[in-house]
Design a protein around this ligand. Structure first.
Ligand code: KIV
Length: 302
């Protein structure tokens, strides 16, 4: 079934079960000029919501180091921590592609170690793809992973694992030479077998140019609207990241506000003894209650 038929059928019947998304689906979406939707998720409940909403690709991003675990950068998160979160997301997701980020250090020592770590994400956590940061310097690894039946998503531009080398989180590809390097890195990843490439933190024009030159889909974040798809960090989308949002973030909700109101309401109700109330309490039968009270009279609270 073509992507066009698949989508128009969905439009006619919004409750119809939607077909499993594959990298073939993303490729077809690029060919038909249909935007690819992607979001991060790190746990069962949010992954369920993201999947049930119909997002195409869910990335268990190493951004979890910052937004879930409270680190300053993505560097400290480990393979075991990433596996733990990927498993939770896997249990929630039926339709979207589940991809896992390879954390810093898990593919930087040797190609062999990179393949072994990536295989853990597929085998132990049910990931359908891994994402790695870097360009030509990762081409051999992408080739070996592809040989090992592991779909690879590349990641170019502002690559957070390179924060110290870049001297901060800075937009990349701003000169002609840097834009050219980005394009050649993207082409090298594609030739090595990458199935999609994330373009992060680069001028719109550069992302547009790279997207037009590639056969595989690009997924942008801070790279303008001309990529084949878009991704955002879930916590940024719903205002739960406790930091000033970057220029490219659009907040579609206020989870922090919602949670604060709920927590404050609970706190006040408990302090005023208004929670739980009678209808939120379990009761004995009349007879058992009478027996209990005669054996040991209940002391009433003031
Ligand atoms: O870790 C992450 O969240 C990412 C992005 C592309 C959103 O790499």
């Amino acid at each position: 079934m073509s992507v066009t038929n698949f989508c128009s059928a969905d439009a006619q019947n919004a409750s119809a079960p939607r077909a499993k998304v594959t990298f073939q689906t993303l490729q077809e979406k690029k060919q038909h000029g249909q935007p690819i939707t992607a979001l991060t998720a790190y746990d069962y409940s949010t992954a369920r919501l993201v999947d049930e909403a119909g997002i195409d690709l869910i990335l268990v991003g190493d951004s979890l180091a910052q937004v879930v675990l409270g680190y300053d950068t993505t560097l400290p998160v480990t393979v075991d921590e990433m596996l733990h979160h990927t498993r939770a997301v896997r249990r929630a997701v039926k339709r979207a592609i589940v991809a896992a980020d390879m954390p810093y250090g898990s593919y930087h020592v040797s190609v062999q170690e990179g393949v072994a770590n990536a295989a853990r994400f597929m085998k132990e956590a049910g990931a359908e793809a891994v994402k790695i940061e870097g360009g030509r310097n990762r081409a051999e690894l992408v080739e070996r992973l592809t040989d090992a039946e592991i779909p690879v998503i590349g990641h170019l531009g502002l690559t957070p694992q390179s924060v110290h080398r870049m001297g901060g989180y800075k937009v990349q590809g701003k000169s002609m030479a840097a834009a050219d390097t980005l394009l050649h890195d993207a082409l090298a990843l594609e030739s090595a077998g990458a199935v999609a490439i994330v373009l992060e933190g680069m001028p719109r024009e550069v992302a547009h140019h790279v997207t037009a030159k590639l056969n595989v889909p690009t997924i942008g974040i801070g790279a303008g609207p001309d990529c084949d798809g878009q991704i955002l960090v879930f916590h940024d989308l719903v205002n739960l990241s406790f930091s000033k949002p970057a220029k490219f973030v659009r907040q579609y909700g206020d989870a922090a506000g919602l949670f604060r109101t709920a927590i404050e309401g609970y706190l006040q109700d408990v302090e005023k003894r208004e929670f739980p109330n009678e209808s939120e309490s379990y009761h004995l039968t009349k007879e058992t209650r009478a027996a209990l009270e005669s054996a040991s009279p209940l002391r009433r609270k003031a």
